[in-house]
Design a binder for this molecule. Sequence first.
Ligand SMILES: [Fe+2]
Ligand SMILES: [Fe+2]
Length: 195
Amino acid sequence: MRDRRQLLDFTENKARSFMADFTVPAHGIEHICRVRDWAVKIAREEGQDEFLAEIVAFLHDIGRVPEFKNNPELRHHELSYRLAQEWFAQYREFDLLTLQEKEEVLYVVRYHWDDTAEKYPLANILRDADKLDMYGEIGLKRAVEFHRKSGREDIKKNIEANLAMVSRIKTATAKKVIAENDLLRPLYKWIEEHP
Ligand SMILES: [Fe+2]
Ligand SMILES: [Fe+2]
């Protein structure tokens, strides 16, 4: 168990220092840490592996950095997948994971944009955790921050798209979190106030 804690600390520090020299608006390490918290909570309540949930949360958006920096043709989820593969090969700390666990982590990271990719329950857990960060006051703030330069219409489109995505939430735990905390209200309120 101590080893697992060490790997989590190592992965967090790697993600943290990797994201540190480049802050992607609304998609930086703060987002990653919130997704980690949600993913662990969902995994716990759904009887899934909390440790792997934490690993995939830390790795899922590291590709945002090369995506923003170099504007390559690949999207960030594919870049996160490739980077994670590199880290697994490069850092012996990841040898703690079995081959099967690595395969699962890589799949979940690679397809965190694709709601139909359901080979592992962990894929739904990560996507639901990622979506939860679109809602509530924090989600609203992220949409406003991310589109601050492009203006109100883009903010509105983003908020509406995020609200439409509620129907794609899969786990009972994430649905409960949204309902109990009334997480959609700030987004609807913003839309009402910006006709
Ligand atoms: Fe992402
Ligand atoms: Fe994300």
